[in-house]
Design a binder for this molecule. Structure first.
Ligand SMILES: [Zn+2]
Length: 424
């Protein structure tokens, strides 16, 4: 009797469950949110512009409607932080008393006024001809130590590309000064002047506290920034709307927040976060990852580009790093009997697992995976002005978002805990 009763009860709950889910997660709601996020008014949501703030305000207003709480220690849904950026004013120097051309100096530095010579505690390194130039340069930059790097003239063609390393940074860092020369001097002197600006940016985060397992987090995330406004394409369109990349994922996060807040049965704490600055280096997710204890993060569903059909067609998506934990298997087992299927990432050569916002938490051991449908070898509007809502499939998106909601059930309830991934 009990056995039959359980089956009947299960059949009944899943029936009413799927009835409810269609009311909350459907193509009309997908279109409502997508239309706003990918509209020309949002001007491509570029980091450090007022247009991305408009997108953040919209996401926050949706989180508020769903009744989410603020993340630990925050006074609103915005999780603000700032980054330093150096703009070169001048560079000069001499080697053995001979002046060095300013074009032959690239300083990666957050100092306004940097003056140094052979007695200033800089370690001198030579990158000789035949070396793996960028690999060595990058390795030195990662160390956060004072270096003066003498780069052989054979790298003259690529020397200027070192300027690309002069990116935003979270905090002041030790200077690394590259000099194009075949000399290996014992005496030298350099002076570099920079303008240092600090710019504000923000993730948008909302929380649905767990009923019994408050200290175990399940994270749903996407990035809401995109590329902004560029040159006009052949049709005269200059706005990179980023409807698929990643207004689609952001739409999913907003809708999942609404769905789970209406369901209100999560035993674990759910964190909904939309990241800034993914396109310029993943800074939003890096900052977020430092604000939570990764040991408490049980799983992360990062959602990237789910607006087009996957290579398997409708009702399917892939999971990056599928083999690194049993996250994908858990999701799929929760969908048993449905027409939806998750697959391992078929573009493994593209290293997608480490190319999106799941990467930082994954490096800490969190089963943090990205769910996507993007055909990385055949997505004609990827990073183009033409990434518009008209190229997306609202019905299929709704099915994917529903599949994420349903497949996460046992993780949210605390029944399943995906295996940790190997730390990096
Ligand atoms: Zn992108």
């Amino acid at each position: 009797m009990k056995f039959i009763f359980t089956i009947l009860l299960t059949a009944f709950t899943s029936f009413s469950f799927s009835q409810n889910i269609d009311k909350i997660i459907n193509a009309k709601e997908v279109a409502r949110i997508e239309t706003i996020l990918s509209s020309d008014k949002m001007e491509g949501r570029k980091t450090f512009t007022p247009s991305i703030d408009r997108a953040a305000d919209f996401i926050a207003s949706e989180f508020k409607k769903s009744g989410l709480q603020y993340f630990d220690g925050l006074k609103s849904y915005k999780q603000p932080f700032s980054m330093l950026k150096a703009t070169l004013i001048s560079a000069s120097g001499n080697i053995k008393g001979q002046p060095v051309d300013a074009n032959n100096i690239v300083a990666i530095s957050t100092d306004e006024d940097l003056k140094f010579d052979e007695n200033s505690g800089f370690t001198k390194v030579v990158i000789d001809s035949g070396a793996n130039f960028f690999k060595e340069a990058f390795g030195l930059l990662k160390e956060n130590k004072k270096y003066v790097v003498l780069v052989n003239n054979s790298f003259a063609k690529n020397f200027n590309r070192l300027k690309g390393f002069n990116r935003e940074s979270f905090e002041a860092k030790e200077p690394v000064v590259f000099v194009l020369t075949n000399e290996n001097p014992t005496t030298y002197h350099f002076e570099i002047k920079n303008e240092i600006t600090s710019s504000a940016l923000a993730n948008v985060v909302g929380v649905l506290p767990g009923k019994s397992k408050k200290d175990e987090y399940v994270i749903f995330s996407a990035h809401y920034d995109h590329l902004g406004i560029g040159k006009p394409d052949a049709k005269g369109d200059s706005i990179y709307n980023g409807a698929n990349d990643d207004a689609a994922g952001t739409t999913a996060v907003i809708m999942l927040a609404d769905y789970f807040s209406k369901l209100k049965n999560n035993e674990r704490t759910l964190i909904f976060v939309t990241f800034t600055a993914e396109e310029i280096g993943g800074f939003g997710s890096q900052y977020f990852s430092k604000q939570i204890d990764p040991e408490k993060a049980v799983a992360m569903f990062n959602i990237e580009m789910i607006g087009t059909d996957s290579k398997w067609g409708n009702n399917s998506a892939y999971i990056t790093g599928y083999e690194k934990s049993d996250f994908g298997k858990i999701l799929q087992s929760n969908l048993a009997g449905s027409k939806f299927h998750f697959e391992p990432d078929p573009y493994s050569k593209q290293n997608l697992f480490y190319r999106s916002d799941n990467a930082t938490l994954a490096a800490f051991g969190v089963p943090a995976h990205t769910i996507s449908t993007s055909k990385m070898d055949d997505e004609p509007n990827y990073h183009k002005q033409s990434d518009e809502i008209s190229t997306l499939d609202m019905n299929n998106m709704a099915e994917i978002i529903k599949a994420i909601a349903l497949s996460s059930q046992t993780i949210i309830s605390g029944k399943d805990t995906p295996a940790r991934v190997e730390k990096r």
